[in-house]
Design a protein around this ligand. Structure first.
Ligand SMILES: [Fe+2]
Ligand SMILES: [Fe+2]
Length: 320
C-alpha cells in the first residue's frame, strides 16, 4: 500500500471525541486504548488490502503463465511441423533422386539393347548374304528370282497395311524361302523332266531342311516359318504339313503367291517364261484354293496399278 492510500485509510477510521477535562499535551488511558484499537483496525484494513492485491497478482500471474504456456505449446507445435515438413521435403528429394537414377539406368539399358539389336541385325543380314551366296552358286537362276520375290512380298505386305518394320522383316525373311535346297541333289533340282514320286519326296524335304538351317535365333523366326510353310496351300493340300487357312503364317501365305507368280513368269530349265497376264490369271484362279484370297486381291491391285511391272523392270536393270 502506498503512503497516500494509508493516509486515506487513517482518515476514514472513526475517531472518539477528545476528552476536554485533560490538560493539553496529556493523553488518558481511554484515549490510548482508543488509538490502539484504531491502529489495529488500520492494520486489519491494510492486511485485507494486501491480501486482495496478492490474490489479484496471483490471478494475473496465473493468466500470464497460461498464456505463456499456450505460446510455448504453439511454438513446440510449429517446430514439430517444421521438422516434419523438412523431413518430407528430404524424403521427396531422395525419391526424385532415386527416380532420376532409375531412369538413367533404364536409358543406359535401352541404349545397350539398341546396340545389341543392331549388332544382331548386322550379323543376321550377314548370315543371309552367306546363305544366299551358297544358294546362288548352286542354282544360277536364284539370284534375280529372290530379288523379285522380296520386292513382291514387301509390296503385298505394304498393300495389306502392315507396319514398316513388318514389311521389312517379311522382305528379308522371304529371300531364305528355298535355302533348304542346298541339301537337294543337283540332278533333282535341275531336272528337266517330270519328277517321280520319290524325287518329289526329296524336294519336299527342302522346307524342313530350310527351317532347321535357320537355327533358333529370334531374327530368323519369320524366315523359319516361311521356309517351312511356303509350299502349304490355303485349302490344306500343300506340303510338308498340310496346314490350311490362317494356320499358315501370313508371311508364308504372301511368299507363296510371290514365289509361284515369279516361277511361272520366269524361264526355268524345264519351261519357258509365261506372259505376265497368264501368270496373274493363274494366281487369281488359285485364290481360295492354293492361295489366301486377301493376298491374291492385294497382288491383283499391285498388278493393276503397274507396281508389278515396275518391280520386274527395276530388278532386270539391276541384274544387267
Ligand atoms: Fe520352295
Ligand atoms: Fe522360290
Amino acid at each position: 500500500m502506498d503512503g497516500e492510500a494509508a493516509k486515506q485509510m487513517v482518515e476514514s477510521v472513526e475517531v472518539s471525541p477528545a476528552l476536554p477535562h485533560l490538560p493539553p499535551g496529556q493523553v488518558g488511558p481511554d484515549v490510548f486504548r482508543q488509538l490502539l484499537k484504531q491502529a489495529v483496525r488500520v492494520a486489519d484494513l491494510a492486511n485485507a488490502q494486501a491480501t486482495r492485491m496478492a490474490v489479484d497478482f496471483a490471478e494475473v500471474y496465473k493468466r500470464e503463465q497460461r498464456a505463456r504456456e499456450e505460446v510455448d505449446a504453439n511454438l513446440r507445435q510449429m517446430s514439430l511441423m517444421e521438422k516434419q515438413a523438412t523431413r518430407y521435403a528430404e524424403d521427396l528429394a531422395q525419391m526424385l533422386r532415386g527416380e532420376r537414377e532409375r531412369r538413367l539406368e533404364l536409358e543406359r539399358a535401352l541404349d545397350h539393347e539398341r546396340i545389341a539389336n543392331e549388332e544382331l541385325r548386322r550379323t543376321g543380314l550377314q548370315g543371309i548374304s552367306h546363305l544366299l551366296l551358297a544358294a546362288t552358286i548352286k542354282d544360277q537362276t536364284t539370284g534375280s528370282h529372290l530379288l523379285r520375290v522380296r520386292r513382291y512380298v514387301e509390296a503385298i505386305a505394304d498393300r495389306l497395311g502392315m507396319p514398316v518394320e513388318v514389311v521389312e522383316e517379311f522382305g528379308y525373311s522371304s529371300v531364305m524361302h528355298d535355302v533348304g535346297k542346298i541339301h537337294t541333289p543337283d540332278h533333282i533340282l535341275q531336272s528337266e523332266h517330270h519328277l517321280s514320286n520319290d524325287e518329289f519326296e526329296v524336294i519336299k524335304q527342302h522346307c524342313i531342311d530350310g527351317e532347321t538351317m535357320l537355327g533358333e535365333a529370334r531374327f530368323f523366326e519369320t524366315a523359319r516359318a516361311i521356309a517351312r510353310e511356303h509350299h502349304e496351300r490355303w485349302d490344306g493340300k500343300g506340303y510338308p504339313d498340310g496346314k490350311c487357312g490362317a494356320d499358315i503364317s501370313l508371311a508364308a501365305r504372301i511368299v507363296s503367291v510371290a514365289d509361284v507368280f515369279d516361277a511361272l513368269t520366269s524361264k526355268r530349265p524345264y519351261k519357258e517364261a509365261w506372259p505376265i497376264d497368264a501368270g496373274l490369271a493363274s494366281v487369281e484362279a488359285g485364290a481360295g484354293k492354293q492361295f489366301d484370297p486377301d493376298v491374291v486381291a492385294a497382288f491383283r491391285s499391285l498388278a493393276k496399278d503397274g507396281t508389278i511391272d515396275r518391280i520386274r523392270a527395276e530388278v532386270a536393270a539391276t541384274a544387267s
